[in-house]
Ligand binder design. Structure first.
Ligand code: ADP
Length: 893
């Protein structure tokens, strides 16, 4: 820029100033009816927005430039935000007509992923969170602060968390943008799709942060919000203050709707780490990253966007308190006692608008008469809900009913004031009803009375001048005139003043007509001005009622969520779960909530699951062939526990569920592989987290742990992980595995049990029954699955022969080796959490594996055997399978 600095035009200097204010944003520079972008911004924008790249000057001073019409601002901001950029809107801040020299321009707003409020950009069914993370060195060690705001609704909370649970909390919140100090670099795994914004470290400083919050809330202490000066609150306050500082800088407009800071009680919610959320597909599907095929999508029968957003919060944060859960379940049960009422409520919910976001737009003065119309319409339907809930029995439904305030006075005023059809622009006028404001009525009468007056004036002048063709008319440019054709030129009275010449005629005016014109024009101007004033005053009345409206909106959102859960429970024949404190699970005829609705009705095979410290055991090993339904069964169990703790009915006939403080789901790692981590490493990192953080009240579901390493490594790891979970953590565990060797654990561990998935063999075919049975599976049916997957017949046929040979030899050699069996058993001891030493004999059964190797290849650990073991039949394609067979054949011969 230095060269061009010399000859910067005043406008480019303005652009440069704007760029200095927000160097990380693309500056949208208002020029008349267009927003223009310059230099690097223009190049980026032309790519992302598909705009033509032009240049302002020609030759060596050519400056890249791209632009779009100003009525498309929202569309282009949305595209920039979606592509991960920030947009600074630089407006003309004075009337160009009144400007002396160049029009003044200023950045009026910086839009970032976490600070968007435009309805057209936001997804109505999702919250859009901005999160601040403070890891300031001045704050207590091992603790960091989180503060979160939803700008479109004004929700604002903060909390201090342990550093090691930071990622879990971020996974729960799923913010659109995270701000953090430039002194505390902060890395996030790639799975978090979030805009990261560095802020100056001073913004996170405790004193600065407190001052920012005091200014925002107009208080001198934060104690009223539940944040005293104790050390444990410092990180939370630092983060909250940094958010306010960021919003002041980016929004440059009132943040009046952010009225309080709420403490967030992390201990009230079930912990689910990011990997488990992904594995269980709670809110995002693994393959697509979208809502389709997730638990949230199944549960979401909400009618209003406010309900849909609240439900997403509930799904992200299942409860721990049985009382709170039961109050939701009671409400659903209450709703289900009267289906007519449920239908009525859902019908009425359709008439409710997203008043949470609408009111915020009104508070921020970003609103139109239509927004007032939305509030007005919604308010008129509120008494209906109070009425429908008049016979509510459950406490929560009663609380909802009492929380709905129809804001009668405001509602009456808005109804009296607003026309049915409302414009987007308050300056357009014509949206205030007659009889609402006397002055406005008079002004309108004056405009309307115009026609009468003109007609009278015209006849009067015709009579006076004796010109029968004399006509009084009006044009926008010339105003009122008297038109007389040239043939009557001689009859023109002396008080007529020439105004305009047209073909064959002249137009005149008189002082009387001029006076009238002035009166009418002033009336219309004043009328528009008055409507604008009335509009502003109606907005102020909504703002004055905002707390009641927001409280009402929240009550309606809860009602919507409860009705959504009730409708689903009825449609899918769910049952009410019984929640208990004991770490146990007893689900009779449970179904997978998502898979069930994807298949044909009634095609899903229900299964029981019983886990307890008694006869059913705490750790259940599920063996069975691929595709039998192991993974579905264990995920289903986790999902049903989550649903129960959300306060939803669940797809089962009967269920008793012990509260889970955390759920760990280690299921598959396919997407991580693509990011360059080894499957095994990811698996072990996640396993380490389970073993370090699990408690007696946790539920752990594991699918195929140890697959990413050699078989012996894998079995030994899986074995010892099970042992640790059983002895030390003593949590409820479901472990789906291919390692049949593990099933022997059930013999020597008190609370380990075997389950398997039933299959039917019919001639050469296998039918998966998806039924979970006690005991271990004895076959793996991998070849059958290969056949289903389209592996050529030659290969599957040949595999059958090999398998038959292997199995024959296994028997033969194991008979030969019976004497050696005792040497394969290993004895060792472990210590429990209580310090008790347990001695155990572990049948590390190498006999089967080892024996096969001896008989077939005559050598222990033959590389081909190892390769066969490692082979993933699910992923290999037929050509590679054939090539492998060929290679092995060559090696053997
Ligand atoms: P595994 O983990 O044993 O390889 P999956 O759980 O992935 O098997 O299930 C394999 C297929 O069977 C999936 O397509 C799933 O939808 C279907 N399935 C699993 N369990 C059931 C069930 N109980 N009823 C009906 N279909 C099921």
């Amino acid at each position: 820029m230095s060269k061009s600095n010399v000859k910067l035009t005043p406008m480019m200097r303005q652009f440069q100033d704007a760029k200095l204010v927000c160097p990380n944003a693309i500056v949208l520079f208002r020029m008349g009816d267009f927003y223009e972008m310059f230099l690097e911004d223009a190049k980026i924008a032309s790519q992302i927005l598909g705009l033509a790249l032009t240049s302002r000057e020609k030759g060596p001073d050519a400056m890249p430039m791209a632009g779009f019409p100003c009525n498309q601002l929202d569309t282009y901001i949305a595209k920039l935000i979606n592509a991960g950029y920030r947009a600074a809107v630089c407006e003309q801040v004075e009337d160009p007509k009144k400007a002396k020299g160049i029009v003044k321009r200023e950045v009026v707003r910086v839009v970032t992923a976490g600070t968007v409020t435009e309805d057209s950009i936001l997804d109505p069914r999702s919250s859009n969170f901005l999160l601040a993370v403070s890891m300031n060195s001045r704050t207590p060690e091992l603790e960091s602060g989180l503060a979160c705001v939803e700008l479109s609704t004004g929700l604002f909370w903060a909390v201090t968390v342990k550093k090691d649970s930071l990622l879990e909390q971020i996974a729960r919140i799923m913010p659109a943008e995270i701000i953090y100090s430039d002194k505390d670099p902060f890395t996030l795994p790639e799975t978090f799709k979030v805009q990261k914004t560095q802020r100056p470290d001073w913004a996170f400083n405790y004193r600065t942060a407190k001052e920012n919050l005091f200014k925002q809330f107009k208080t001198t202490t934060l104690e009223g919000f539940g944040f005293n000066d104790s050390n444990s609150n410092i990180p939370a306050i630092c983060a909250a203050g940094a958010i306010i500082d960021y919003l002041n800088e980016t929004q440059r407009q009132t943040l009046e709707h952010i009225e309080s800071l709420t403490p967030y009680h992390i201990g009230s919610y079930m912990e689910i780490d990011e990997a488990s959320r992904v594995s269980l597909e709670l809110t995002r599907a693994i393959r697509t990253g979208k809502r389709d095929g997730t638990l949230l999508e199944v549960l979401d029968k909400c009618i209003t966007p406010m309900g849909a957003r609240l439900l997403a919060d509930w799904v992200a944060s299942p409860l721990l308190d049985i009382g709170q859960i039961n109050s939701r379940l009671d409400a659903i049960e209450d709703i289900l006692t009267d289906i007519n009422r449920l239908t009525n409520i859902t019908e009425n919910l359709r008439k409710i608008n997203d008043i949470q976001r609408t009111v915020t737009r009104i508070v921020q003065h970003h609103c139109s008469p239509r927004d007032l119309g939305l509030v007005s319409r919604t308010l008129t339907f509120l008494p209906m809900f109070i009425n429908l809930l008049s016979n509510a029995k459950s406490t929560l439904l009663k609380t909802i009913r009492d929380g709905i305030d129809p804001c009668q006075e405001l509602s009456d005023t808005l109804q009296r004031a607003l026309e049915r059809e409302l414009p987007y622009n308050p300056n357009d006028g014509g949206f205030i009803r007659n009889n609402f404001n006397n002055e406005l009525d008079e002004l309108r009468n004056m405009q309307r009375g115009g026609k009468e007056w003109i007609a009278k004036y015209q006849s009067k002048e015709i009579e006076r001048t004796k010109i029968s063709t004399l006509r009084v008319g009006f044009t926008r440019v010339f105003g009122y005139y008297i038109e007389i054709s040239n043939v009557h030129r001689e009859k023109i009275p002396s008080n007529y003043e020439r105004k305009q010449t047209i073909k064959n005629a002249e137009r005149y005016t008189t002082s009387e007509l001029r006076k009238y014109e002035e009166k009418v024009l002033t009336a219309s101007e004043r009328g528009n001005e008055l409507e604008r004033e009335i509009f502003d005053s109606l907005c102020e009345q909504v703002i004055a009622n905002r707390q009641n409206i927001q409280k009402t909106a929240h009550a309606i959102a809860i009602l919507d969520v409860l009705c959504s859960l009730a409708v689903l429970a009825r449609q899918q024949r769910y049952c009410r779960p019984v929640l208990v404190e004991d770490p146990m699970i007893r689900i009779i005829e449970g179904r997978h909530p998502v898979i069930e609705v994807m298949g044909a009705p009634g095609s899903f095979v229900p299964n029981n699951i019983e886990i307890d410290r008694g006869k059913n055991g705490m750790l259940q090993l599920i063996t069975g062939p691929n595709m039998a339904g192991k993974s579905t069964f264990i995920r289903q169990t986790a999902l049903l526990c989550i649903m129960a703790q959300i306060g939803s009915f669940i797809p089962a006939q009967e269920a008793q569920i012990g509260i889970c403080d955390r759920i760990f789901a280690r299921v598959g790692a396919s997407d991580e592989i693509a990011r360059g981590h080894s499957t095994f490493m990811v698996e072990m990192i996640e396993t380490a987290r389970i073993l370090n953080q699990g408690t007696e009240k946790s539920l752990v579901i594991l699918d195929e742990i140890g697959r990413g390493t050699s078989t012996y490594d894998g079995i030994s790891l899986a074995w010892s992980i099970c042992e640790y979970l059983h002895d030390q953590i003593r949590c409820r565990t479901l472990f789906a595995t291919h390692y049949h060797e593990l099933t022997e654990m059930a013999d020597s561990f008190e609370l380990i049990r075997n389950l398997n998935v039933a299959v039917n063999e019919l001639n050469d075919d296998v039918v998966f029954l998806h039924k979970i049975l006690p005991g271990s599976a004895d076959k793996s049916y991998g070849i059958h699955v290969a056949k289903l997957a389209g592996v050529p017949r030659e290969v599957t046929q040949r595999s059958r022969e090999i398998l038959a040979e292997l199995e024959q030899n296994r028997v033969k050699v194991s008979i030969d080796n019976t004497d050696n069996e005792s040497t394969e058993l290993k004895s060792f001891s472990t210590t429990t959490q209580d310090g008790d030493e347990i001695k155990r004999v572990v049948p590390v059964s190498r006999k089967k594996v080892g024996n096969i190797q001896f008989s077939l290849f005559g050598a222990d650990d033959h590389p081909i055997i190892e390769e066969i073991r490692e082979l993933d039949i699910n992923t290999i394609n037929p050509v590679n399978a054939l090539q492998l067979l060929l290679k092995w054949k060559k090696n053997i011969l």
